[in-house]
Design a protein around this ligand. Structure first.
Ligand code: SAH
Ligand code: SF4
Ligand code: F3S
Length: 514
Protein backbone atom coordinates (compact mmCIF):
# COMPACT_ATOMS: atom_id res chain seq x y z
CA UNK A 1 0.00 0.00 0.00
CA UNK A 2 1.34 3.46 -0.77
CA UNK A 3 0.94 6.64 1.20
CA UNK A 4 -1.77 8.01 -1.13
CA UNK A 5 -3.99 5.08 -0.43
CA UNK A 6 -3.44 5.37 3.27
CA UNK A 7 -4.45 9.03 3.12
CA UNK A 8 -7.40 8.31 0.90
CA UNK A 9 -8.68 5.71 3.34
CA UNK A 10 -8.40 8.13 6.22
CA UNK A 11 -10.16 10.91 4.38
CA UNK A 12 -13.12 8.71 3.55
CA UNK A 13 -13.22 7.60 7.12
CA UNK A 14 -13.49 11.14 8.49
CA UNK A 15 -16.11 12.16 5.94
CA UNK A 16 -18.26 9.17 6.66
CA UNK A 17 -18.01 9.58 10.40
CA UNK A 18 -19.26 13.15 10.22
CA UNK A 19 -21.95 12.22 7.67
CA UNK A 20 -23.29 9.70 10.08
CA UNK A 21 -23.69 12.27 12.81
CA UNK A 22 -26.09 14.23 10.68
CA UNK A 23 -28.24 11.18 9.86
CA UNK A 24 -28.19 8.12 12.10
CA UNK A 25 -25.76 8.11 14.97
CA UNK A 26 -23.80 4.90 15.06
CA UNK A 27 -20.79 6.51 16.70
CA UNK A 28 -21.08 4.42 19.83
CA UNK A 29 -20.40 1.33 17.75
CA UNK A 30 -17.14 2.46 16.25
CA UNK A 31 -14.77 4.33 18.39
CA UNK A 32 -11.76 3.01 16.51
CA UNK A 33 -12.36 2.50 12.81
CA UNK A 34 -15.44 3.21 10.82
CA UNK A 35 -15.39 3.50 7.05
CA UNK A 36 -18.88 2.71 5.86
CA UNK A 37 -19.96 1.63 2.39
CA UNK A 38 -22.27 3.81 0.33
CA UNK A 39 -24.15 2.42 -2.67
CA UNK A 40 -24.41 5.92 -4.08
CA UNK A 41 -20.62 6.31 -4.10
CA UNK A 42 -20.15 2.75 -5.36
CA UNK A 43 -22.20 3.62 -8.43
CA UNK A 44 -19.89 6.46 -9.46
CA UNK A 45 -17.44 5.82 -12.26
CA UNK A 46 -14.60 8.33 -12.11
CA UNK A 47 -12.23 9.08 -14.97
CA UNK A 48 -9.12 8.89 -12.80
CA UNK A 49 -6.44 6.58 -14.10
CA UNK A 50 -5.88 3.24 -12.43
CA UNK A 51 -2.59 3.07 -10.55
CA UNK A 52 -0.56 -0.12 -10.63
CA UNK A 53 1.52 -1.18 -7.66
CA UNK A 54 4.00 -3.82 -8.68
CA UNK A 55 4.95 -4.93 -5.22
CA UNK A 56 3.21 -5.82 -2.02
CA UNK A 57 4.96 -6.50 1.27
CA UNK A 58 3.38 -7.18 4.62
CA UNK A 59 4.44 -4.21 6.76
CA UNK A 60 7.19 -5.26 9.14
CA UNK A 61 5.34 -4.24 12.29
CA UNK A 62 2.72 -6.95 11.64
CA UNK A 63 5.08 -9.87 11.01
CA UNK A 64 4.62 -12.58 13.64
CA UNK A 65 1.11 -11.41 14.53
CA UNK A 66 -0.21 -14.90 13.85
CA UNK A 67 2.33 -16.89 15.88
CA UNK A 68 0.44 -19.65 17.71
CA UNK A 69 -2.85 -18.69 16.04
CA UNK A 70 -4.98 -20.42 13.40
CA UNK A 71 -7.28 -19.04 10.70
CA UNK A 72 -10.33 -20.43 8.94
CA UNK A 73 -12.02 -18.84 5.88
CA UNK A 74 -15.43 -19.92 4.59
CA UNK A 75 -16.10 -18.77 1.03
CA UNK A 76 -19.46 -18.12 -0.61
CA UNK A 77 -20.08 -17.02 -4.21
CA UNK A 78 -18.12 -17.05 -7.45
CA UNK A 79 -14.55 -17.96 -8.44
CA UNK A 80 -13.53 -14.34 -7.91
CA UNK A 81 -14.35 -14.75 -4.23
CA UNK A 82 -12.61 -18.13 -4.10
CA UNK A 83 -9.55 -16.49 -5.52
CA UNK A 84 -9.74 -13.59 -3.02
CA UNK A 85 -9.77 -16.25 -0.31
CA UNK A 86 -6.51 -17.64 -1.74
CA UNK A 87 -4.99 -14.16 -1.42
CA UNK A 88 -6.22 -13.69 2.15
CA UNK A 89 -4.89 -17.14 3.07
CA UNK A 90 -1.53 -16.04 1.63
CA UNK A 91 -1.57 -12.91 3.81
CA UNK A 92 -2.47 -14.97 6.90
CA UNK A 93 0.48 -17.30 6.27
CA UNK A 94 2.75 -14.29 5.79
CA UNK A 95 1.64 -13.05 9.20
CA UNK A 96 2.56 -16.39 10.78
CA UNK A 97 -0.94 -17.88 11.18
CA UNK A 98 -1.58 -21.55 10.49
CA UNK A 99 -4.57 -22.78 8.49
CA UNK A 100 -7.24 -25.00 10.06
CA UNK A 101 -10.31 -26.64 8.58
CA UNK A 102 -12.27 -26.58 11.82
CA UNK A 103 -14.10 -23.49 13.11
CA UNK A 104 -13.74 -24.77 16.69
CA UNK A 105 -9.99 -24.77 16.32
CA UNK A 106 -9.67 -21.32 14.74
CA UNK A 107 -8.55 -18.09 16.39
CA UNK A 108 -9.77 -16.03 13.43
CA UNK A 109 -12.83 -16.93 11.32
CA UNK A 110 -13.62 -15.03 8.13
CA UNK A 111 -16.82 -15.36 6.11
CA UNK A 112 -16.03 -14.26 2.54
CA UNK A 113 -19.56 -13.46 1.40
CA UNK A 114 -21.62 -13.19 -1.79
CA UNK A 115 -24.46 -10.72 -2.41
CA UNK A 116 -25.75 -11.94 -5.75
CA UNK A 117 -29.12 -13.31 -4.52
CA UNK A 118 -31.08 -13.12 -1.30
CA UNK A 119 -30.52 -16.78 -0.40
CA UNK A 120 -26.74 -16.31 -0.67
CA UNK A 121 -27.06 -13.57 1.97
CA UNK A 122 -29.41 -15.55 4.18
CA UNK A 123 -26.86 -18.37 4.40
CA UNK A 124 -24.32 -15.93 5.82
CA UNK A 125 -26.69 -14.48 8.40
CA UNK A 126 -27.59 -18.07 9.40
CA UNK A 127 -23.90 -18.92 9.77
CA UNK A 128 -23.26 -15.84 11.91
CA UNK A 129 -26.02 -17.10 14.20
CA UNK A 130 -24.37 -20.54 14.43
CA UNK A 131 -20.97 -19.06 15.23
CA UNK A 132 -22.25 -16.94 18.13
CA UNK A 133 -21.68 -19.69 20.71
CA UNK A 134 -18.02 -19.97 19.71
CA UNK A 135 -17.50 -16.31 20.54
CA UNK A 136 -18.98 -16.92 23.98
CA UNK A 137 -16.76 -19.93 24.61
CA UNK A 138 -13.62 -18.32 23.24
CA UNK A 139 -13.65 -14.57 23.88
CA UNK A 140 -10.34 -13.97 22.08
CA UNK A 141 -11.73 -15.42 18.82
CA UNK A 142 -11.97 -12.86 16.00
CA UNK A 143 -14.97 -13.17 13.69
CA UNK A 144 -14.89 -11.22 10.43
CA UNK A 145 -17.21 -10.61 7.51
CA UNK A 146 -15.68 -9.68 4.15
CA UNK A 147 -16.53 -10.03 0.45
CA UNK A 148 -19.42 -8.61 -1.53
CA UNK A 149 -22.04 -8.38 1.25
CA UNK A 150 -19.74 -6.09 3.22
CA UNK A 151 -19.97 -3.58 0.38
CA UNK A 152 -23.69 -3.11 1.02
CA UNK A 153 -24.80 -0.38 3.42
CA UNK A 154 -27.88 -2.31 4.50
CA UNK A 155 -25.83 -5.38 5.42
CA UNK A 156 -23.29 -3.38 7.44
CA UNK A 157 -26.11 -1.64 9.32
CA UNK A 158 -27.84 -4.96 10.02
CA UNK A 159 -24.62 -6.49 11.37
CA UNK A 160 -23.95 -3.43 13.54
CA UNK A 161 -27.44 -3.64 15.00
CA UNK A 162 -28.00 -7.37 15.42
CA UNK A 163 -24.79 -9.36 15.11
CA UNK A 164 -22.50 -7.97 17.78
CA UNK A 165 -20.52 -11.21 17.75
CA UNK A 166 -18.79 -9.81 14.63
CA UNK A 167 -15.41 -8.14 15.30
CA UNK A 168 -14.55 -6.80 11.88
CA UNK A 169 -16.13 -6.01 8.52
CA UNK A 170 -14.07 -5.22 5.45
CA UNK A 171 -14.85 -5.23 1.75
CA UNK A 172 -13.60 -6.40 -1.63
CA UNK A 173 -11.38 -3.38 -2.35
CA UNK A 174 -9.12 -3.55 0.69
CA UNK A 175 -8.23 -7.19 1.30
CA UNK A 176 -4.56 -6.15 1.14
CA UNK A 177 -5.27 -4.19 4.34
CA UNK A 178 -6.03 -7.42 6.21
CA UNK A 179 -2.96 -7.08 8.51
CA UNK A 180 -4.00 -3.55 9.55
CA UNK A 181 -7.62 -4.59 10.04
CA UNK A 182 -6.65 -7.58 12.19
CA UNK A 183 -4.41 -5.35 14.27
CA UNK A 184 -7.26 -2.86 14.80
CA UNK A 185 -9.58 -5.69 15.78
CA UNK A 186 -7.12 -7.03 18.38
CA UNK A 187 -6.67 -3.56 19.85
CA UNK A 188 -10.29 -2.49 19.86
CA UNK A 189 -13.27 -3.51 21.92
CA UNK A 190 -15.59 -2.19 19.22
CA UNK A 191 -16.48 -3.60 15.84
CA UNK A 192 -13.95 -2.55 13.19
CA UNK A 193 -15.60 -1.50 9.93
CA UNK A 194 -13.37 -0.65 6.98
CA UNK A 195 -15.20 -0.76 3.67
CA UNK A 196 -14.16 1.39 0.72
CA UNK A 197 -16.92 2.41 -1.66
CA UNK A 198 -14.44 3.46 -4.26
CA UNK A 199 -12.33 0.74 -5.78
CA UNK A 200 -8.63 0.76 -5.02
CA UNK A 201 -5.72 0.47 -7.39
CA UNK A 202 -4.43 -2.74 -8.96
CA UNK A 203 -1.92 -4.37 -6.64
CA UNK A 204 0.39 -7.01 -8.06
CA UNK A 205 2.30 -9.75 -6.27
CA UNK A 206 -0.12 -10.25 -3.42
CA UNK A 207 0.74 -13.52 -1.69
CA UNK A 208 -1.53 -16.48 -2.54
CA UNK A 209 -2.13 -19.96 -1.25
CA UNK A 210 -3.71 -21.80 -4.15
CA UNK A 211 -6.16 -24.60 -3.62
CA UNK A 212 -4.29 -27.56 -5.06
CA UNK A 213 -1.48 -27.69 -7.59
CA UNK A 214 -3.37 -28.82 -10.70
CA UNK A 215 -5.72 -25.95 -11.58
CA UNK A 216 -5.30 -22.25 -10.86
CA UNK A 217 -7.31 -19.05 -11.18
CA UNK A 218 -5.72 -15.92 -12.57
CA UNK A 219 -7.48 -12.57 -12.32
CA UNK A 220 -7.25 -10.57 -15.53
CA UNK A 221 -9.55 -7.76 -14.51
CA UNK A 222 -11.54 -6.46 -11.59
CA UNK A 223 -14.98 -4.83 -11.41
CA UNK A 224 -17.84 -4.42 -13.85
CA UNK A 225 -19.26 -1.39 -15.66
CA UNK A 226 -22.18 -3.13 -17.34
CA UNK A 227 -24.81 -2.27 -14.72
CA UNK A 228 -27.34 -4.91 -15.78
CA UNK A 229 -30.43 -3.62 -13.99
CA UNK A 230 -30.82 -6.64 -11.65
CA UNK A 231 -27.19 -7.00 -10.64
CA UNK A 232 -25.34 -5.91 -7.49
CA UNK A 233 -21.83 -6.74 -8.75
CA UNK A 234 -20.97 -3.31 -10.27
CA UNK A 235 -21.65 -1.84 -6.79
CA UNK A 236 -19.71 -4.46 -4.84
CA UNK A 237 -16.71 -4.76 -7.17
CA UNK A 238 -16.24 -1.23 -8.52
CA UNK A 239 -15.22 -0.04 -11.95
CA UNK A 240 -13.52 -2.19 -14.58
CA UNK A 241 -9.76 -2.31 -14.12
CA UNK A 242 -7.58 -4.59 -16.24
CA UNK A 243 -4.29 -6.02 -15.12
CA UNK A 244 -1.41 -5.34 -17.49
CA UNK A 245 -0.86 -8.19 -19.97
CA UNK A 246 2.81 -8.60 -18.99
CA UNK A 247 1.85 -9.25 -15.36
CA UNK A 248 -0.77 -11.84 -16.37
CA UNK A 249 1.58 -13.58 -18.80
CA UNK A 250 4.30 -13.73 -16.16
CA UNK A 251 1.91 -15.22 -13.60
CA UNK A 252 0.69 -17.89 -16.05
CA UNK A 253 4.25 -18.74 -17.09
CA UNK A 254 5.17 -19.22 -13.45
CA UNK A 255 2.15 -21.48 -12.91
CA UNK A 256 3.14 -23.52 -15.96
CA UNK A 257 6.69 -23.81 -14.63
CA UNK A 258 5.28 -25.10 -11.33
CA UNK A 259 3.46 -27.87 -13.18
CA UNK A 260 -0.10 -26.51 -13.18
CA UNK A 261 -2.17 -28.16 -15.91
CA UNK A 262 -5.04 -25.72 -16.26
CA UNK A 263 -5.63 -22.02 -15.67
CA UNK A 264 -8.88 -20.08 -15.73
CA UNK A 265 -8.66 -16.37 -16.47
CA UNK A 266 -11.13 -14.53 -14.28
CA UNK A 267 -13.18 -11.37 -14.56
CA UNK A 268 -16.82 -10.36 -14.17
CA UNK A 269 -16.86 -9.59 -17.86
CA UNK A 270 -13.58 -10.79 -19.33
CA UNK A 271 -14.55 -9.61 -22.78
CA UNK A 272 -14.13 -6.03 -21.60
CA UNK A 273 -10.48 -6.83 -20.85
CA UNK A 274 -8.18 -4.02 -21.94
CA UNK A 275 -10.90 -1.51 -22.77
CA UNK A 276 -9.70 0.66 -19.90
CA UNK A 277 -6.11 0.89 -21.17
CA UNK A 278 -5.46 4.44 -22.33
CA UNK A 279 -2.00 3.85 -23.75
CA UNK A 280 -2.60 0.99 -26.20
CA UNK A 281 -5.21 -1.16 -27.94
CA UNK A 282 -5.31 -4.61 -26.45
CA UNK A 283 -8.17 -7.04 -25.86
CA UNK A 284 -9.03 -10.54 -24.68
CA UNK A 285 -8.32 -11.94 -28.15
CA UNK A 286 -4.75 -10.60 -27.95
CA UNK A 287 -4.30 -12.02 -24.47
CA UNK A 288 -5.63 -15.45 -25.45
CA UNK A 289 -3.23 -15.46 -28.39
CA UNK A 290 -0.39 -15.02 -25.86
CA UNK A 291 -1.82 -17.81 -23.72
CA UNK A 292 -1.58 -20.20 -26.67
CA UNK A 293 2.17 -19.75 -26.68
CA UNK A 294 2.55 -20.74 -23.03
CA UNK A 295 3.34 -24.36 -22.30
CA UNK A 296 0.29 -25.14 -20.17
CA UNK A 297 -2.20 -27.78 -21.37
CA UNK A 298 -5.49 -26.02 -20.71
CA UNK A 299 -6.61 -22.39 -20.67
CA UNK A 300 -10.17 -21.23 -19.94
CA UNK A 301 -11.80 -17.89 -19.19
CA UNK A 302 -14.94 -16.82 -17.37
CA UNK A 303 -17.30 -14.99 -17.59
CA UNK A 304 -18.11 -13.61 -21.00
CA UNK A 305 -20.58 -10.85 -21.75
CA UNK A 306 -22.00 -11.47 -25.24
CA UNK A 307 -21.88 -7.80 -26.14
CA UNK A 308 -18.09 -7.54 -26.01
CA UNK A 309 -17.36 -10.93 -27.62
CA UNK A 310 -15.53 -9.73 -30.73
CA UNK A 311 -14.44 -11.38 -34.00
CA UNK A 312 -10.76 -11.30 -33.12
CA UNK A 313 -11.43 -13.39 -30.00
CA UNK A 314 -13.43 -15.92 -32.03
CA UNK A 315 -10.62 -16.11 -34.56
CA UNK A 316 -8.04 -16.77 -31.83
CA UNK A 317 -10.19 -19.36 -30.02
CA UNK A 318 -10.67 -21.17 -33.32
CA UNK A 319 -6.92 -21.86 -33.39
CA UNK A 320 -7.54 -24.36 -30.60
CA UNK A 321 -4.38 -25.84 -29.05
CA UNK A 322 -4.56 -25.22 -25.30
CA UNK A 323 -7.62 -22.93 -25.66
CA UNK A 324 -10.60 -25.02 -24.59
CA UNK A 325 -13.60 -25.70 -26.82
CA UNK A 326 -16.10 -24.73 -24.12
CA UNK A 327 -17.57 -21.23 -23.84
CA UNK A 328 -19.80 -20.06 -21.02
CA UNK A 329 -21.93 -17.31 -22.57
CA UNK A 330 -24.62 -16.01 -20.19
CA UNK A 331 -27.78 -15.02 -22.07
CA UNK A 332 -30.15 -14.29 -19.11
CA UNK A 333 -33.30 -14.28 -21.28
CA UNK A 334 -34.45 -15.25 -24.77
CA UNK A 335 -36.78 -12.26 -25.08
CA UNK A 336 -35.53 -9.05 -26.65
CA UNK A 337 -37.99 -7.03 -24.54
CA UNK A 338 -36.76 -8.55 -21.29
CA UNK A 339 -33.12 -8.18 -22.38
CA UNK A 340 -33.86 -4.51 -22.99
CA UNK A 341 -35.14 -3.85 -19.47
CA UNK A 342 -32.27 -5.91 -18.09
CA UNK A 343 -29.99 -3.43 -19.95
CA UNK A 344 -28.05 -6.34 -21.46
CA UNK A 345 -27.63 -4.22 -24.62
CA UNK A 346 -28.12 -7.04 -27.13
CA UNK A 347 -31.22 -8.54 -28.72
CA UNK A 348 -32.20 -12.19 -29.07
CA UNK A 349 -31.19 -11.99 -32.73
CA UNK A 350 -27.79 -10.46 -31.98
CA UNK A 351 -27.09 -13.19 -29.44
CA UNK A 352 -28.09 -15.91 -31.91
CA UNK A 353 -25.92 -14.31 -34.57
CA UNK A 354 -22.95 -14.41 -32.19
CA UNK A 355 -23.64 -18.10 -31.47
CA UNK A 356 -23.80 -18.77 -35.20
CA UNK A 357 -20.41 -17.12 -35.71
CA UNK A 358 -18.84 -19.04 -32.82
CA UNK A 359 -20.20 -22.37 -34.08
CA UNK A 360 -19.03 -21.66 -37.62
CA UNK A 361 -15.50 -20.92 -36.40
CA UNK A 362 -15.33 -23.68 -33.73
CA UNK A 363 -17.63 -26.45 -35.03
CA UNK A 364 -17.06 -28.71 -32.02
CA UNK A 365 -17.79 -25.99 -29.43
CA UNK A 366 -19.80 -26.62 -26.25
CA UNK A 367 -21.92 -23.71 -25.05
CA UNK A 368 -23.30 -23.22 -21.54
CA UNK A 369 -25.14 -20.26 -20.06
CA UNK A 370 -26.81 -18.43 -17.14
CA UNK A 371 -30.55 -17.69 -17.20
CA UNK A 372 -32.80 -15.66 -14.91
CA UNK A 373 -36.52 -16.50 -14.84
CA UNK A 374 -39.32 -14.42 -13.38
CA UNK A 375 -37.82 -11.02 -14.10
CA UNK A 376 -40.36 -8.34 -13.00
CA UNK A 377 -43.44 -8.60 -15.26
CA UNK A 378 -42.01 -11.38 -17.45
CA UNK A 379 -44.92 -12.75 -19.50
CA UNK A 380 -45.59 -16.40 -20.44
CA UNK A 381 -44.71 -15.56 -24.05
CA UNK A 382 -41.41 -14.00 -23.02
CA UNK A 383 -40.57 -17.07 -20.93
CA UNK A 384 -41.45 -19.32 -23.91
CA UNK A 385 -38.92 -17.32 -25.94
CA UNK A 386 -36.26 -18.28 -23.39
CA UNK A 387 -37.17 -21.97 -23.77
CA UNK A 388 -37.03 -21.74 -27.55
CA UNK A 389 -33.63 -20.02 -27.41
CA UNK A 390 -32.28 -22.76 -25.11
CA UNK A 391 -33.35 -25.32 -27.72
CA UNK A 392 -32.01 -23.31 -30.62
CA UNK A 393 -28.55 -22.78 -29.13
CA UNK A 394 -28.44 -26.34 -27.76
CA UNK A 395 -26.77 -25.46 -24.42
CA UNK A 396 -25.28 -28.53 -22.77
CA UNK A 397 -25.82 -27.12 -19.30
CA UNK A 398 -27.01 -23.90 -17.64
CA UNK A 399 -27.09 -22.17 -14.29
CA UNK A 400 -30.69 -21.13 -13.80
CA UNK A 401 -32.01 -18.68 -11.21
CA UNK A 402 -35.24 -17.10 -10.05
CA UNK A 403 -34.83 -13.33 -10.11
CA UNK A 404 -33.92 -11.96 -6.69
CA UNK A 405 -34.38 -8.22 -6.06
CA UNK A 406 -31.16 -6.53 -4.88
CA UNK A 407 -31.53 -3.33 -2.90
CA UNK A 408 -30.12 -0.31 -4.71
CA UNK A 409 -30.41 -1.78 -8.23
CA UNK A 410 -32.92 -0.29 -10.72
CA UNK A 411 -34.88 -3.56 -11.03
CA UNK A 412 -35.55 -3.66 -7.29
CA UNK A 413 -37.70 -0.55 -7.70
CA UNK A 414 -39.89 -2.12 -10.41
CA UNK A 415 -43.44 -3.29 -9.71
CA UNK A 416 -43.66 -7.03 -10.32
CA UNK A 417 -46.87 -8.80 -11.30
CA UNK A 418 -45.46 -12.33 -11.54
CA UNK A 419 -46.44 -14.49 -8.53
CA UNK A 420 -43.67 -16.60 -6.92
CA UNK A 421 -45.60 -19.78 -7.78
CA UNK A 422 -45.39 -18.92 -11.48
CA UNK A 423 -41.68 -18.15 -11.21
CA UNK A 424 -41.05 -21.52 -9.55
CA UNK A 425 -43.05 -23.33 -12.21
CA UNK A 426 -41.03 -21.59 -14.94
CA UNK A 427 -37.78 -22.57 -13.28
CA UNK A 428 -38.91 -26.21 -13.15
CA UNK A 429 -39.84 -26.22 -16.81
CA UNK A 430 -36.56 -24.61 -17.77
CA UNK A 431 -34.57 -27.06 -15.65
CA UNK A 432 -36.38 -30.02 -17.19
CA UNK A 433 -35.37 -28.80 -20.64
CA UNK A 434 -31.76 -28.14 -19.62
CA UNK A 435 -31.52 -31.62 -18.04
CA UNK A 436 -32.86 -33.20 -21.18
CA UNK A 437 -30.30 -31.37 -23.33
CA UNK A 438 -27.49 -32.24 -20.94
CA UNK A 439 -28.42 -35.95 -20.98
CA UNK A 440 -28.56 -35.80 -24.78
CA UNK A 441 -25.11 -34.23 -25.00
CA UNK A 442 -23.69 -36.92 -22.69
CA UNK A 443 -25.10 -39.82 -24.72
CA UNK A 444 -22.73 -39.20 -27.60
CA UNK A 445 -19.77 -40.10 -25.34
CA UNK A 446 -20.97 -43.68 -24.74
CA UNK A 447 -18.09 -46.07 -25.64
CA UNK A 448 -15.91 -43.14 -26.76
CA UNK A 449 -12.46 -42.17 -25.50
CA UNK A 450 -12.08 -38.75 -23.83
CA UNK A 451 -9.15 -36.87 -22.32
CA UNK A 452 -9.54 -36.15 -18.62
CA UNK A 453 -7.50 -33.89 -16.36
CA UNK A 454 -7.50 -35.99 -13.20
CA UNK A 455 -8.11 -33.88 -10.09
CA UNK A 456 -8.22 -36.55 -7.40
CA UNK A 457 -10.44 -39.15 -5.80
CA UNK A 458 -14.16 -38.93 -6.45
CA UNK A 459 -16.08 -37.14 -3.66
CA UNK A 460 -18.37 -40.13 -3.10
CA UNK A 461 -15.98 -43.04 -3.62
CA UNK A 462 -12.24 -42.98 -2.84
CA UNK A 463 -11.68 -46.01 -5.11
CA UNK A 464 -12.71 -43.97 -8.12
CA UNK A 465 -10.84 -41.01 -9.67
CA UNK A 466 -12.52 -37.86 -10.97
CA UNK A 467 -11.68 -35.11 -13.41
CA UNK A 468 -12.96 -32.99 -16.27
CA UNK A 469 -12.78 -33.14 -20.05
CA UNK A 470 -11.89 -30.09 -22.14
CA UNK A 471 -15.63 -29.43 -22.39
CA UNK A 472 -16.03 -29.52 -18.60
CA UNK A 473 -17.78 -32.88 -18.44
CA UNK A 474 -17.23 -34.57 -15.11
CA UNK A 475 -15.76 -38.08 -15.52
CA UNK A 476 -15.56 -40.68 -12.73
CA UNK A 477 -13.35 -43.60 -13.62
CA UNK A 478 -11.28 -46.48 -12.38
CA UNK A 479 -7.55 -45.86 -12.64
CA UNK A 480 -4.28 -45.71 -10.68
CA UNK A 481 -3.70 -42.90 -8.14
CA UNK A 482 -0.54 -42.05 -10.09
CA UNK A 483 -2.86 -40.52 -12.73
CA UNK A 484 -3.80 -37.63 -10.39
CA UNK A 485 -2.58 -34.33 -11.82
CA UNK A 486 -2.20 -35.73 -15.33
CA UNK A 487 -4.30 -35.69 -18.50
CA UNK A 488 -5.24 -39.31 -19.29
CA UNK A 489 -7.46 -41.14 -21.76
CA UNK A 490 -10.66 -42.68 -20.43
CA UNK A 491 -13.14 -44.94 -22.18
CA UNK A 492 -16.74 -44.04 -21.29
CA UNK A 493 -18.80 -47.00 -20.11
CA UNK A 494 -21.88 -45.20 -18.78
CA UNK A 495 -23.13 -41.75 -19.85
CA UNK A 496 -25.40 -40.18 -17.20
CA UNK A 497 -27.25 -36.82 -17.20
CA UNK A 498 -24.56 -34.77 -15.48
CA UNK A 499 -21.49 -37.01 -15.48
CA UNK A 500 -19.74 -39.85 -17.29
CA UNK A 501 -18.38 -43.11 -15.87
CA UNK A 502 -15.44 -44.88 -17.47
CA UNK A 503 -12.20 -46.80 -17.33
CA UNK A 504 -8.70 -45.53 -17.96
CA UNK A 505 -7.09 -46.64 -21.21
CA UNK A 506 -3.50 -47.93 -21.05
CA UNK A 507 -0.97 -45.30 -22.05
CA UNK A 508 0.40 -46.98 -25.16
CA UNK A 509 -2.89 -48.28 -26.55
CA UNK A 510 -3.54 -46.48 -29.89
CA UNK A 511 -6.91 -44.65 -29.65
CA UNK A 512 -8.94 -41.95 -31.33
CA UNK A 513 -9.97 -39.25 -28.87
CA UNK A 514 -13.46 -37.75 -29.13
N1 SAH B 1 -20.49 -11.38 -14.60
C1 SAH B 1 -21.23 -12.51 -14.84
C2 SAH B 1 -22.32 -12.78 -13.85
C3 SAH B 1 -21.94 -13.01 -12.46
S1 SAH B 1 -23.34 -13.35 -11.51
C4 SAH B 1 -21.92 -12.34 -16.18
O1 SAH B 1 -22.39 -11.28 -16.50
O2 SAH B 1 -21.98 -13.33 -16.83
C5 SAH B 1 -23.79 -14.93 -12.13
C6 SAH B 1 -25.20 -15.02 -12.57
O3 SAH B 1 -26.07 -14.75 -11.50
C7 SAH B 1 -25.63 -14.04 -13.64
O4 SAH B 1 -25.24 -14.42 -14.91
C8 SAH B 1 -27.12 -14.06 -13.49
O5 SAH B 1 -27.70 -15.11 -14.26
C9 SAH B 1 -27.32 -14.36 -12.02
N2 SAH B 1 -27.80 -13.19 -11.28
C10 SAH B 1 -27.19 -12.00 -11.13
N3 SAH B 1 -27.98 -11.16 -10.43
C11 SAH B 1 -29.11 -11.85 -10.13
C12 SAH B 1 -30.30 -11.53 -9.43
N4 SAH B 1 -30.50 -10.32 -8.91
N5 SAH B 1 -31.25 -12.48 -9.32
C13 SAH B 1 -31.07 -13.71 -9.85
N6 SAH B 1 -29.97 -14.06 -10.53
C14 SAH B 1 -28.98 -13.15 -10.66
FE1 SF4 C 1 -23.70 -8.31 -13.27
FE2 SF4 C 1 -24.17 -7.74 -15.80
FE3 SF4 C 1 -21.80 -7.14 -14.73
FE4 SF4 C 1 -22.43 -9.68 -15.15
S1 SF4 C 1 -22.16 -8.11 -16.73
S2 SF4 C 1 -21.54 -8.82 -13.31
S3 SF4 C 1 -24.64 -9.70 -14.78
S4 SF4 C 1 -23.76 -6.24 -14.22
FE1 F3S D 1 -21.23 -13.06 -5.46
FE2 F3S D 1 -19.61 -11.02 -5.43
FE3 F3S D 1 -19.11 -13.09 -6.97
S1 F3S D 1 -21.82 -10.93 -5.39
S2 F3S D 1 -21.13 -13.85 -7.49
S3 F3S D 1 -19.15 -13.11 -4.78
S4 F3S D 1 -18.66 -10.96 -7.43
Amino acid sequence: MNENQRLEGQQVQTENSSDKKSSKDYSKYFETVYTAPSLKDAKKRGKEEVKYHKDFDIPEEFLGMGEGRKFYIRTYGCQMNEHDTEVMAGIFLGLGYEPTDSVEDANVILLNTCAIRENAENKVFGELGHLKHLKREKPDLLLGVCGCMSQEESVVNKILKTYNQVDMIFGTHNIHRLPNILQEAYMSKEMVVEVWSKEGDVIENLPKVRRGNIKAWVNIMYGCDKFCTYCIVPYTRGKERSRRPEDIIQEVRQLAAHGYQEITLLGQNVNAYGKDFTDFEYGLGDLMDEMRKIDIPRVRFTTSHPRDFDDHLIEVLAKGGNLMDHIHLPVQSGSTDVLKIMARKYTREQYLELVRKIKAAIPNVTLTTDIIVGYPNETDEQFEETLSLVREVGYESAYTFIYSPREGTPAAKMQDNVPMEVKKERLQRLNALVNEQSAQSMKKYQDQIVEVLVEGESKNNPDVLAGYTSKMKLVNFVGPKSAIGKIVKVKITNAKTWSLNGEMVEENEPVEVK
